[in-house]
Design a protein around this ligand. Structure first.
Ligand code: NAD
Length: 271
């Protein structure tokens, strides 16, 4: 068996960082080698596995990015955009691979990632869930196969603390369907309906949002035709699905040449 891939988690004290650390026992091909967070993080110096609710692993939470990057094969970043940019610079200097999970990057920051990926392998995905990426693939096949003549409606549900709607994943699903049907989502999306709306326009893609309780994230895309309907549903019940997908991406990325990849490359969908 190959040596396990040595991985540093950046943002290890955060929600995703802890979920990533919890995912290592189920990924023998990955080794939890370093835990990093921002300078000033109150948990610095503590055992990172214990912070994640596991037995101590002898990996203290540190803030010395350069030293940690030198000792690992891949850095997995779930922080804030400034953290991502610091990780990018450190990985560039050391010639190491980077998995970017952080969202909310500006166009300029994304350009920096594209430029860096000419020298190092980088995987960037707004959603590392294997199930969601599989659903995107299924949506494209379904939209292409059914073609016009089916009305597309997307319903999503999230916990009551979520501040934006529809979810980024619902929009990504809408884009996948629109693209497969040769439409632009900006031109055909309908976000909610009220009052006398008139009959449905065939070329629209409708979105409906449910908010409440502790729902982690449910998405259903309906293709409603004459005499039948096809529904593709994904339901997330914890953050562990993102964490497991990101670790899978890190192991995959360790043996790739420089380039910019996403979760769909990891799953072999872009061949
Ligand atoms: P969080 O706030 O719980 O954790 C972020 C951690 O990053 C904190 O420990 C914080 O101290 C640390 N941090 C912040 N700035 C830093 C810096 N400059 N250097 C080093 N560490 C820094 O947030 P979270 O819920 O874990 O989410 C983190 C990011 O991951 C967000 O952007 C979120 O949207 C994204 N996310 C992506 C996916 C995906 O599948 N791609 C899934 C879930 C969350």
């Amino acid at each position: 068996m190959n040596q396990p891939v040595k991985i540093a988690i950046l943002g290890a004290a955060g929600r995703m960082g802890r979920a990533l650390i919890q995912s290592f026992p189920a990924a023998p091909e990955a080794r939890f080698a370093a835990a990093l967070d921002r300078a000033g993080c109150p948990e610095l110096g503590q055992d990172a596995a214990q912070l994640a609710g596991l037995p101590a692993a002898g990996v203290p939470l540190g803030a010395d990015l350069a030293a940690a990057v030198a000792a690992v094969d891949v850095v997995v970043d779930f922080t804030r955009p400034e953290g991502t940019m610091a990780a990018l610079d450190a990985c560039l200097r050391a010639g190491k691979a980077l998995v970017v999970g952080t969202t909310g990057l500006t166009a300029e920051q994304k350009d920096r990632i594209v430029a860096a990926a000419r020298s190092i392998p980088v995987c960037q995905s707004a959603n590392y869930s294997v199930g969601v990426n599989l659903c995107l693939q299924l949506l494209e096949i379904t939209a292409r196969t059914l073609g016009e003549g089916y009305d597309v409606e997307i319903v999503e549900a999230h916990h009551r603390a979520k501040v934006d709607a529809p979810s980024g994943t619902a929009l990504r699903m809408g884009e996948a369907v629109a693209q497969a049907l040769g439409r632009r989502l900006e031109d055909c999306a309908v976000y909610g309906r009220e009052g006398v709306t008139g009959t449905r326009d065939d070329r629209t893609i409708g979105f409906a949002t449910v908010r409440g309780g502790d729902v982690v994230g449910d998405h259903t895309v309906m293709f409603l035709g004459e005499g039948e309907r096809v529904e593709i549903t994904h339901k997330a019940s914890s953050r562990s699905n993102f964490a497991r997908g990101a670790l899978r991406a890190a192991v995959w990325l360790a043996s790739r040449p420089a380039g910019l990849y996403d979760m769909r490359d990891v799953l072999g969908f872009n061949k």
